[in-house]
Design a protein around this ligand. Structure first.
Ligand code: NFK
Length: 321
């Protein structure tokens, strides 16, 4: 947990998920091997969507003109058929990875009738973290517009690592998303995220030359862990959040997820916390490509539960009157 008096020399290690894998222990540098493997297999998953599985894709743009404010929407039949939409936000400490490493989850969901939007964003230092967060909120507005235009029945989001920090914006910004739009949202999956920037922004290996453009003050302002969550949770009562962590993560990462879930819960949100055995920061995403892996089974079981009845609360209230 955040402790300004902590002089732990291993703090950097705590903020480098690759050091906590239990795989590749026969390699000279397991932390390098695990990241290389992640890049290689996730890229393969992306390539196979069109070449092996015949999944179609629309390449769209949510902002900018020649930068990375891009979204790929994957689908089986028609892009605008009434269907649920699932959005994936990748991680990479706001400075690495792109949508070509972010498609592992696509095939299992498209097979089940989902459209899956994989979004890209400008990384630091091209933008500061504050600018990136602003561009991410542009994306959120865009995706709700898109959902309306394409007969989306319901909307769910998953985000990995630094992407979880970005996704927290959805629940936070008052009036960003209207009541009516909020009712379209069903599930948020926060997978191995970071929610407190107070330590990490000061670590040179994580934030070299302060490419995030943060100060002590802005790091606090941009930390979901410190936001006043009570403010508008009632308008999100139809949304279920699942905060997920993994056994082979640092204690710091596991505790950030646990504490974030607690914050949401104390703020009145519907939330669960789950710690997956055996996964590390990377294979928990790699295995989303497998239909019956523990992580995909978990996601599908929740996504495929009975849809919520519209205005369910009102109906109950009316019936007891
Ligand atoms: N350099 C980091 C890499 C990293 O943090 C990372 C890699 C892929 C996906 C997410 C990551 N972390 C947070 O977004 C490490 O060694 O673990």
């Amino acid at each position: 947990m955040y402790n300004p008096n902590e002089k732990n020399i291993d703090l950097v290690r705590d903020y480098f998920p690759s050091y906590h894998t239990a795989r590749f222990q026969d390699q000279p540098e397991p932390n390098i091997a695990v990241q290389d493997h992640f890049l290689q297999v996730t890229k393969q998953h992306a390539n196979e969507l069109t070449t092996k599985y015949g999944i179609k894709v629309h390449n769209l743009r949510y902002g900018g003109s020649d930068d990375r404010q891009l979204v790929d929407v994957f689908y089986k039949d028609e892009a605008s058929k009434p269907s649920p939409l699932f959005v994936y936000v990748h991680g990479g400490y706001w400075q690495m990875l792109d949508k070509s490493h972010s498609c592992s989850i696509v095939a299992p969901l498209v097979r089940r009738g989902y459209r899956v939007a994989v979004m890209d964003y400008n990384n630091c230092p091209q933008v500061t973290l504050a600018q990136l967060v602003e561009q991410f909120t542009d994306f959120l507005i865009w995706i709700f517009d898109y959902a309306e235009q394409t007969q989306t029945t319901e909307l769910s989001f998953a985000a990995h690592s630094a992407g979880g920090h970005l996704l927290a914006q959805l629940l936070h910004i008052p009036a960003l998303i209207s009541e009516e739009r909020r009712q379209k949202v069903r599930f948020l999956f926060f997978i191995c995220g970071v929610y407190d920037l107070r330590e990490l922004w000061q670590l040179e290996p994580v934030n070299p030359n302060n490419i995030f453009g943060l100060s002590a003050e802005s790091a606090e302002q941009l930390s979901p862990m410190l936001w006043p969550w009570q403010a508008d949770s009632s308008s999100w009562s139809g949304v279920q959040s699942h905060v997920i962590s993994a056994e082979y993560e640092s204690v710091t990462f596991i505790e950030q997820s646990r504490a974030f879930a607690k914050k949401l819960q104390d703020g009145g949100f519907n939330v669960t916390f789950k710690l997956f055995d055996k996964y590390d920061h990377f294979d928990i995403i790699e295995e989303t490509v497998i239909d019956n892996s523990p992580i995909t089974s978990y996601l599908l079981e929740r996504l495929q539960a009975t849809p919520k009845a519209p205005n369910f609360k009102n109906k109950i209230r009316n019936s007891v009157r």
